[in-house]
Design a protein around this ligand. Sequence first.
Ligand SMILES: [Zn+2]
Length: 165
Amino acid sequence: MMNYCYECGAELTERFLENEGTVPYCKTCGCFRFPIFSTAVSLIVLDPQKEHILLIQQYGRASNILVAGYVNRGENAETAAVRELKEETGLNAVSVHFNRSEFFERSNTLMLNFTCVADSSSLEELNTREVDRAEWFTFEQAKAEIRPESLAKRFLLSYLSDIGK
Ligand SMILES: [Zn+2]
């Protein structure tokens, strides 16, 4: 819950808004102040045989994570998932399915986890400006190799549990 207006700093009150209920309101600006946060997609990328998961390393860190990226304003999350997969790995998604979401407090971001099946397992078009390393892992290997105690690991374990692995 926001206590102060993010534009003018005045203390917020609450006002009733039709179809929304009680919403924080700035009397100085005369505007409703809905919560502000970012939205990002996180991807469980499967190879065409659906037997391997792609994990990547980024930003000079040696730990394995899932492909992820922010959703642009005006973009739907499924489109962002396909776009991020292409931008970071060069792979095309042949299917995209939503798994689950979790709010990531540290970056004020709602993370939406999807499964994307790639049309190829070739990593020849990997975007080496954004991704240091990418590798396909079996489900068992991926469980062991993904960064411990990370949101990526929670998403991965949840997905594997859902498909009975
Ligand atoms: Zn204000």
